[in-house]
Design a protein around this ligand. Sequence first.
Ligand SMILES: *[C@@H]1O[C@H](CO)[C@@H](O)[C@H](O)[C@H]1NC(C)=O
Ligand SMILES: *[C@@H]1O[C@H](CO)[C@@H](O)[C@H](O)[C@H]1NC(C)=O
Length: 297
Amino acid sequence: MTTPTPLFSPFKLALVQLAVGSNKDENLKNARKNVLEASNHGANVVVLPECFNSPYGTSFFPNYAENIPQGSSVKALSEMAKDAGVYLFGGSIPERDESTGKLYNTSTVYDPEGHLVAKHRKVHLFDIDVPGKIRFQESETLTAGNWLTHITTPYGKLGLGICYDVRFPEMAAIAARKGCIAMIYPGAFNMTTGPLHWELLQRARAVDNQIYVAMCSPARDTSASYHAWGHSSVVDPRGQVVATTGHEQDIVYADLDPELLASFRQSIPLNQQRRHDLYCDVAENVEEHADGTVLLK
Ligand SMILES: *[C@@H]1O[C@H](CO)[C@@H](O)[C@H](O)[C@H]1NC(C)=O
Ligand SMILES: *[C@@H]1O[C@H](CO)[C@@H](O)[C@H](O)[C@H]1NC(C)=O
């Protein structure tokens, strides 16, 4: 029998629930101030929300989109990671691929020296069309990413998704089977899906996989066209919410504890008792690459 308990060191995670406005430079300044504050409070890994440098909505994306890594947001994020000395999950920004002109919903990650260590493009695009009711086609503006992303840090391996990605259990399951101890999702649910599913989805991904799950939302701006739910939270491997907030700008802190994860997995040993003779292992044909990308073999 194997003991697949992933080893990691205890660390402090901070989610910055940022108030986002329409001025990109102001958004970057505010992000910097809060990342430095989180670091002063002892955070080792800091997360910014989805769409933290631009108002939320597909109509804004072409104007706010930037090249990665040449754009101003990447430069600012790299500097704040370095000055704060933290691993920084740079929320998400609209990315323009110069060679194709395509737009992506992209999250970039930096190490404490400011190096860009991973780039995740949102994998699942949100398209809905209920005739006569609502039509929202994210795929008309954006292109989907084609890889999963796991980031190796000295604290442990962390999986990364964006917002709607949290609804797809396979992605979190693959991360957990490959040894990630947490899934991190910058996200922005609205005032309907927030109360209904925001916490439930995090608890579900956490308890199914016995990992930590964190989602970081922008603060709610009632003067903007999109009203984010807020409630950035961290859920532990038992499925309990260990840190959360309301809808104002705030920083949510949680201490991630390897012993809690290991002891919970011991008391309910799902990993040793799966029946892959009866159903497939979602991680079976998946391969991790040195640059953090994760693909089918
Ligand atoms: C990213 O994904 C969200 C959630 O599906 C979507 O609604 C939003 O418009 C996208 N944001 C960006 C910056 O492309
Ligand atoms: C939130 O999004 C859902 C899914 O697209 C939609 O059905 C609902 O009307 C939206 N709610 C608000 C308050 O915009």
